[in-house]
Design a protein around this ligand. Structure first.
Ligand code: GLA
Length: 730
């Protein structure tokens, strides 16, 4: 395993536990991609036999060899302007206005440990065995260098990618596109899956066969977005949860991204992913470098479950950081759906008392505690306590909450500003807007220019002052609009294209300062629910509010889609009131609880309004969640049904050794005289299992192949919970 090099052949092979990745610099120094997939033990170049390539053109040195063309061969980091007419990974404009870049092999190096990326979040591997492979390419006409970096986490079957573009020439160049990676898959028929949606319905998987030409998943909203997610899967047409081949990738980036997948004239597939070039430009002065965000890739020869397990592990252990990454998270009560803006200290105190009595660990005070903020029309930017609502300031309330045995958390929306705020009146130039144009408003608010140091310093000082004023253990970091009207008063005209990426770099810098200075604070990301649910945010916030839709039926679908890439511990999920505030739907409290348990669990309703029976249920649910927390967050997660097409939502948490399994879900519609449903779990077929609450013992093989019979369901959205324990084999 590891990185194997044949210097003479300029052949490189990266092997992980179950996968292999091969590259070769050919006789012209063109870096070809030979293979990514299961282990082969063979140089896969033999597959690259091309007939006359017709209208595709050849590089100059190939003379009249009509079988050699950049336009048809698999390339590791394809560049524009020199005869590959498919999607390119990099595009530049040189000082003379020309746009060609002809990257050829220059050298390589192998290092122990995983590389970092300056100013950007990336996979870290302090405790995991990791290596870095670097390969340098150069455009000799301009001395532009590209260093491709690969982080190899062997045990996890993970390969990371990032590129550094260096201007070693004698004039500035302008980057128009700098993708994090390109992956050519020259063989096989493939389908692709991306995750699409909207506010309150995020990350639904959409699967389609590839068609010739380019298919795209992307956005230009300034954030990773509700609408598309910076992640995708390419899979064989027969691929399912536990069989079939699939490749997956996600970006460790929170800004606008672009994934393009092209099926070319020879039925070869190319995937390119990175910052969205529609919202990007970068001037690279002589001697400067640009680093792309990181992409994380995996391959599974045994279906989506394995792909998800690889991603879950790397995100939980090697992207999330800090005290809380593997720790049990507090069960919280959030006041948003209980009060919206209509609260005072007494109301919050009562919500806290009710929650403490039922076993919650933390009270989170949501929007409305600061400035003049009685609706969403004003106050953003004024991060000082509204003493009319909270007399005595936060300290008084926090002490009362602490006296109940609970921690205290607080909502912020640091990147935004209301025009009706003290901050905007003093610093209108801090908002992103174009001089002499009226800016677009989103939720009545404007966006602060996070590329400015003075803006970041103001935010750091304001947040730090609040964190120091009282014992605050958690921050929910919201961002409630998409960004447009891009313009920064601090950038010259030729650099305005840099603003969207500089915004994200600024955001990350602010997070880094706060993470470092307040290591005990748990940060939860949020953007109108899951509008910025990405691995970049997870580097700073180990959990993210998954969606503003808290309806259990809808959430089952949203969490199903989210789980393809992101682990359960990252998914913020709460039990809310019925009729649900987003859909009007009524679901049983137990169904809402099992759905919310597939995440960092909490409640978001006025518990005081519940009946005694419901209160008992809540108290029992919190106890049950705490008991199962190590299994739910630390175990392997299996999707047992597809709730977007079936009448049942079903998922499983299994311990690594398969000795304990918990199955949760719901049957959507009950029909009269329905045949008993037998659900097929993932178990160790060789072992015997006892179902909690019953005396019967079954073989794993029976429960996997025949299934577990569900008790008769009654009503709609009927909850399911089945707990299985492995029995000693006689
Ligand atoms: C966003 C969040 C909600 C809530 C509101 C407050 O919509 O997703 O959970 O915090 O903002 O304004």
């Amino acid at each position: 395993m590891g990185i194997n090099v044949n210097e003479k052949e300029r052949y490189f092979s990266i092997t992980t536990r179950n996968t292999e990745y091969q590259l070769k610099a050919d006789r012209f120094g063109v870096l070809k991609h030979l293979w990514y997939g299961g282990k082969t033990g063979c140089d896969m170049e033999y597959l690259l036999e091309y007939p006359d390539v017709g209208f595709s053109g050849a590089i100059y040195e190939a003379d009249n060899d009509r079988t050699y063309s950049l336009d048809t061969m698999p390339l590791e980091y394809p560049c524009g302007g020199v005869g590959d007419f498919r999607i390119s990974a990099i595009e530049v404009t040189h000082a003379d206005g020309s746009t060609a870049l002809d990257l050829r092999y220059k050298g390589y190096c192998v290092k122990d440990g995983k590389y970092d990326i300056p100013g950007l979040p990336a996979v870290h591997a302090e405790k995991t065995k990791a290596q870095t492979f670097e390969i340098t390419l150069c455009d000799t006409a301009t001395d532009t260098e590209v260093i491709l970096r690969y982080g190899v986490l062997e045990e996890l079957d993970i390969i990371t990618r990032s590129a550094e573009i260096r201007n070693n020439g004698d004039s500035p160049i302008f980057l128009k596109k700098a993708a994090s990676f390109s992956l050519d898959v020259p063989y096989g028929n493939w389908e692709w899956i991306h995750f699409q949606g909207r506010h309150t319905l995020e990350r639904l998987p959409e699967r389609a066969p590839l068609i010739h030409g380019i298919q795209e998943s992307s956005n230009i909203r300034g954030a990773s977005s509700h609408q598309q997610n910076p992640s995708f899967i390419i899979c064989s047409p027969d691929c399912g949860e536990r069989y079939g081949k699939c490749y997956g990738a996600f970006l460790v980036y929170s800004g606008s991204f672009q994934t393009q997948i092209e099926l070319d004239q020879l039925n070869q597939t190319r995937a390119v992913m990175g910052i969205n070039p529609r919202l990007f430009g970068w001037k690279l002065n002589v001697g400067e470098s640009f680093h792309t965000p990181e992409a994380v890739m995996t391959y599974s020869g045994s279906g989506f479950s394995k792909l998800s397990h690889n991603f879950h592990k790397v995100i939980r252990e090697n992207i999330c950081r800090g005290k809380y990454k593997l720790a049990e998270r507090p069960v919280l009560i959030n006041n948003w759906e209980a009060t919206y803006f209509d609260f005072d200290a007494n109301k919050i105190q009562t919500i806290a008392e009710n929650a403490a009595a039922l076993g919650a660990d933390m009270l989170v005070l949501d929007d409305g505690w600061f400035g003049k903020r009685d609706s969403d029309c004003s106050g953003l930017g004024d991060w000082f306590v509204n003493e009319k609502k909270l007399p005595g300031g936060l300290g008084t309330l926090v002490e009362k909450v602490k006296a109940l045995g609970m921690k205290f958390g607080l909502w912020f929306e640091p990147e935004m500003v209301s025009e009706d705020s003290e901050l905007y009146r003093v610093h209108p130039d801090w908002a992103i807007k174009i001089p002499d144009r009226k800016p677009t408003r989103g939720r009545y608010q404007l966006v602060l220019d996070m590329s400015r140091k003075d803006v970041r310093d103001y935010l750091y000082d304001s947040i730090a002052a609040i964190l120091k004023s009282a014992e605050i253990s958690y921050i929910k970091w919201d961002a409630n609009r998409s960004i447009c009207d891009w313009y920064s008063g601090e950038l010259s005209a030729e650099r305005q294209d840099e603003l969207p990426h500089r915004y994200i770099l600024g955001l990350y810098e602010l997070f880094e300062r706060l993470n470092t200075d307040f290591p005990n604070v748990l940060f939860e990301g949020c953007s109108g629910g899951g509008g910025r649910f990405d691995a970049g945010m997870l580097y700073y916030c180990p959990q993210i509010w998954c969606s503003d839709d808290t309806d259990a039926f809808e959430r089952a679908k949203i969490q199903y889609g989210t789980s393809f890439i992101y682990p359960i511990s990252t998914i913020g999920s709460h039990v809310s009131v019925v009729p649900n505030h987003q859909t009007g739907r009524i679901t049983p409290i137990e169904t809402r609880a099992v759905t919310a348990m597939a995440g960092s669990f909490g409640y978001e309703l006025d518990l005081g309004t519940l009946s005694d029976e419901e209160k008992n249920a809540v108290s029992e649910q919190i106890k049950r969640f705490k008991k199962y927390d190590p299994l739910i967050h630390g175990g392997r997660y299996y999707r047992l049904s597809n709730p977007t097409t079936e009448n049942i939502a079903l998922w499983e948490y299994a311990s690594e050794d398969m000795s304990e399994v918990l199955i949760h879900g719901m049957v959507f519609r009950t029909e009269p005289n329905m045949k008993c449903i037998a659900i097929k779990a993932v178990l160790d077929p060789e072992c015997k299992y006892k179902i909690s609450g019953s005396t019967e013992v079954y073989t794993g093989a029976a429960l996997m192949n025949g299934g577990i019979l569900l008790p008769k369901t009654w009503g709609d959205y009927c909850p399911i919970e089945i707990h299985l324990i492995k029995q000693n084999i006689e």
